[in-house]
Unconditional design. Structure first.
Length: 359
């Protein structure tokens, strides 16, 4: 295909949006040592997350997860012994002795995976309650609901079962934005692979679309190279059009962009933002990591769960804090009128598995 380069204006593709003459929309559905820290209170969630990683290996079997207290700028580390609590204090964290070890909670999750992988359910470890929190949407009824209740009961106080009136779904729909035949998605993050420009989006988007355009029925600007869903939920798309600017930035839908300089790992308690073509920018808190979401199409593991709303057209969009890329919008429950929760594919895993880098 021959491309004619036009000096101005040029199309600019940023995370979660196509910045063109009109508003874009999207395709829906730690090693800390034992010496006292000079600054015991992490100044940011990112710093707390790095400290928590280090403590996880230091504490070993006596550790039981961690979270960030944003209001008081404290890293809270769950432990099961007084000896582990002393190590956490020495590393500048605030210890909290809890009943259930991380191994015990992981065993509960494994039991749920084996005995209760039911479409419409999700679960993840909540370090603030020291439990695995199970959510069942309105489609889980009758024998399936009874099965879920039996499995939950067998796990005792390691789990908490909650039911939701909203449906769990990938956030995919027909519409306008990054267009494919009968589908639209949000661009997540622009990346570089082998010196060439690509972008990341959701895997259920790339499963549905091979050829992408910036407008409905428009000229092709990119093609899907690979995607994974279910299991994971990420896809990588290669730019084919010459006249596309692709800065490492996220559209804030206020006339400005947030530069993205790196990828990071979130921590429970961290405040984050999401940008997507349908509902634009919303913020909330990370409430669970390593979450399993059992969509009707199959299960996805290792997700980030946050109290951020999203709607059809936001799939693939950017989850970030400041200049740090965190995740790609996968699915959720609820909407942006009444509120909801959403699930995100960790972006670091997507980068590692596709061989791409932020850029």
């Amino acid at each position: 295909m021959k491309h004619t380069r036009v000096p101005t204006p040029r199309t600019v593709l940023t995370g979660a949006a196509l910045v063109v003459a009109l508003t874009a929309a999207t395709l829906t559905l730690q090693t800390a040592d034992a010496t006292p820290a000079k600054n015991p209170d992490p100044p940011s969630a990112s710093a707390a997350g790095q400290r928590a990683k280090g403590l996880s290996s230091t504490l070993g079997a006596d550790g039981a997860g961690a979270y960030y207290d944003a209001e008081h700028h404290k890293l809270i580390v769950n432990v099961t012994t007084e000896a582990a609590a002393a190590k956490a204090r020495a590393a500048g964290a605030e210890p909290r002795i809890v009943k259930h070890s991380l191994a015990s909670l992981d065993a509960a999750r494994a039991t749920l995976k084996k005995q209760a992988t039911i479409p419409g359910t999700s679960w993840g470890m909540d370090p603030r309650t020291n439990k695995v929190v199970i959510n069942a949407d309105r489609t889980v009824q009758g024998d399936k609901l009874e099965q879920l209740k039996r499995v939950a009961a067998s796990l005792g106080d390691r789990v908490a079962l909650r039911q939701s009136a909203d449906a769990l779904r990938p956030l995919i729909a027909g519409g306008d934005a990054i267009w494919g035949t009968g589908a639209r998605c949000s661009l997540g993050f622009n990346v570089i692979k082998g010196g060439q420009p690509y972008f990341l989006t959701a895997g259920h988007c790339t499963n549905a679309v091979r050829s992408w355009s910036a407008t409905q029925g428009g000229t092709e600007i990119a093609v899907t190279e690979a995607g994974t869903f279910p299991g994971d939920d990420f896809g990588i798309v290669k730019y084919t059009a010459a006249d596309i600017l692709h800065p490492s930035a996220v559209d804030l839908y206020n006339g400005s962009m947030q530069t993205i300089a790196k990828a990071g790992d979130p921590i429970v308690g961290q405040k984050v933002q999401r940008s997507g073509g349908s509902t634009h920018v919303h913020e909330g808190d990370v409430i669970a990591l390593e979450v399993t979401a059992n969509y009707q199409q199959g299960s996805v593991d290792g997700l980030i769960q946050a109290t951020v709303c999203a709607e059809a057209g936001d799939s693939g969009g950017s989850l970030y804090e400041g200049d740090t890329a965190l995740g790609l919008t996968s699915g959720g429950r609820g909407d942006c009128s009444l509120g909801g929760v959403t699930y995100y594919q960790p972006v670091r895993e997507a980068l590692e598995k596709t061989g791409a880098q932020i850029g």
